[in-house]
Design a binder for this molecule. Structure first.
Ligand SMILES: *Cc1c(COP(=O)(O)O)cnc(C)c1O
Length: 217
């Protein structure tokens, strides 16, 4: 799908869901994509991108930033505590705050750096053992604990189990966000972003639908 087609689908779904036009941020997930493809999307005027790995992002985006203004980088992959500083210096948003140790480290670094990216707490809505994120039952406590550390928690993020209807997970995430007074909802990928918008997504993370299948690394 072209970027224009995706933007079109986003706009149609916003209208169908009685949502304000432009209330969904499209994050183009560029992990493992060749630089020419990323550049093509930049040349089409898109500026909001998502990366999974700090290392890969650090290798790729400083050079693009020298050539294009206004790039907004979102880190959406699991974050090791020892990479937190680099992540915070590189990204405008981090979607994978998921444990007290990371929250404490980020709070300390935020003091030191005098700034902090927008944060999303990842919730493991499917309670999958192999997946990152706080369990739904622990979410309220962790969100409030993070806010109490003055961390700029803007919303929640989830990755539904592959074999389940994502809408149930999107609805659960929206419910947890609402009762904690959070407005941001990072949910929806290539295969389900329209359903996510219908359930209130403010940030959709779309990779393969924009760039084509990821080349195996
Ligand atoms: C890779 C990735 C995406 C994008 O997935 P697509 O199915 O290619 O759209 C979204 N969110 C996260 C966390 C990812 O790792």
């Amino acid at each position: 799908m072209s970027l224009t087609e995706i933007r079109d689908k986003v706009a149609k779904q916003e209208a169908a869901s009685a949502r304000a036009a432009g209330s969904t941020t499209l994050i183009a997930v560029s992990k493992v994509q060749p630089n020419e493809r990323v550049q093509a999307i930049l040349d089409e005027g898109h500026r909001v991108f998502g990366e999974n790995r700090v290392q890969e992002a650090a290798g790729k985006w400083p050079a693009f930033r020298e050539r294009y203004d206004g790039i907004e980088l979102h880190l959406i992959g699991p974050l090791q505590t020892n990479k937190a500083r680099q992540a915070m210096e590189l990204a405008q948003a981090i979607h994978t705050l998921d444990r007290p140790k990371l929250a404490k480290t980020m709070a300390r670094l935020a003091q030191e750096l005098g700034t902090c990216p927008d944060l999303f707490v990842q919730v493991n809505t499917g309670e999958e053992t192999q997946k990152a994120g706080v369990l739904p039952a622990d979410a309220d406590g962790f969100i409030q604990e993070s806010l109490a550390m003055d961390l700029p928690v803007r919303g929640l993020m989830c990755i539904p189990p592959v074999d389940e209807e994502p809408s149930l997970h999107f609805a659960l995430l929206a419910k947890i966000a609402a009762r904690n007074g959070l407005k941001g909802l990072s949910m929806g990928m290539s295969s389900d972003f329209e359903r996510a918008i219908a359930l209130g997504a403010t940030h959709i993370r779309v990779g393969s639908a924009i760039f084509g299948e990821r080349v195996a690394t």
